[in-house]
Design a protein around this ligand. Structure first.
Ligand SMILES: [Zn+2]
Length: 239
């Protein structure tokens, strides 16, 4: 079975002074080198919906899926031009109830307020050929949510983002990677085709589309380690 790496990014750029979990930041130059390296190696960088036929085993080829969590302004300002330059697509998962605001769900823990894209920037991201995925309305721990809250977070973010962009929203990402059987079933029921977790490893054809593993690309992922994560069992063993 051919593996399909799904890359997971959070912030592109320099970590601000005093920010915790600085590994969540990948410098702009490092991100550009990673994308160009993939291109040189003959990989196509795809959005999650474009990667689905590969994940379902209907197509094969040298592909990676590229994902960004939370919808930060730096994804728009720094990653988008690089993606456009190499001709890759990507999926960004947005917290629909927080556009134009900041990461109020973990700002205190991380000691940093990070700006999120505005509605207009989300529309521009989509108009540039990138995919808009959902990451709930308010970034709660979904396993702690009632059935009613789940409905609002899952179906609500899908509707809000679809209304905003006019495009269908079929991709979901679990906030904090927090899920159980009830949550995964609710995501499927809300009409999503696939959902990504923070469980580490490479996805392969036939995997449960509601529980897709990803490859964490962190600030310390120097280029050769990035390649090892992509091409070997390195990440699978950390799953
Ligand atoms: Zn998140």
């Amino acid at each position: 079975m051919k593996n399909i790496p799904i890359l997971m990014y959070h912030n592109i750029g320099q970590p601000p002074e005093g920010a915790k979990l600085r590994g969540l930041y990948v410098r702009k130059g490092a991100f550009a080198r990673q994308m160009w390296l993939l291109k040189l190696l003959g990989y196509k960088g795809l959005s999650m919906s474009a990667a689905l036929p590969y994940l379902r085993g209907e197509k094969s080829g040298r592909v990676v899926a590229i994902t960004f969590d939370d919808g930060y302004l730096d994804t728009f300002e720094l990653a988008l031009p690089i993606l456009n330059a190499v001709g890759f697509n990507a999926t960004c998962y947005f917290v629909s109830g927080r556009s134009g605001q900041y990461n109020d769900w973990d700002a205190a823990t991380l000691n940093v307020q990070k700006k999120l894209m505005t509605d207009d920037q989300i529309k521009e991201w989509n108009a540039a050929g990138m995919e808009v995925g959902a990451h709930s309305r308010t970034h709660p721990r979904l396993t702690k949510s009632t059935d009613e809250e789940l409905q609002i977070e899952l179906a609500g973010s899908k509707t809000e983002l679809e209304t905003l962009t006019g495009a269908s929203v079929t991709q979901f990402c679990y906030p904090y990677g927090d899920l159980d059987t009830r949550v995964a079933q609710a995501v499927l029921k809300a009409g999503y085709e696939a959902a990504t977790t923070v469980q580490r490893g490479r996805a392969s054809p036939g995997d449960d589309l509601m529980r897709l593993k990803r490859i964490l690309v962190s600030g310390s992922s120097i280029l050769y380690l990035f390649l090892i994560k992509l091409l070997t069992k390195y990440e699978d063993k950390r799953g």
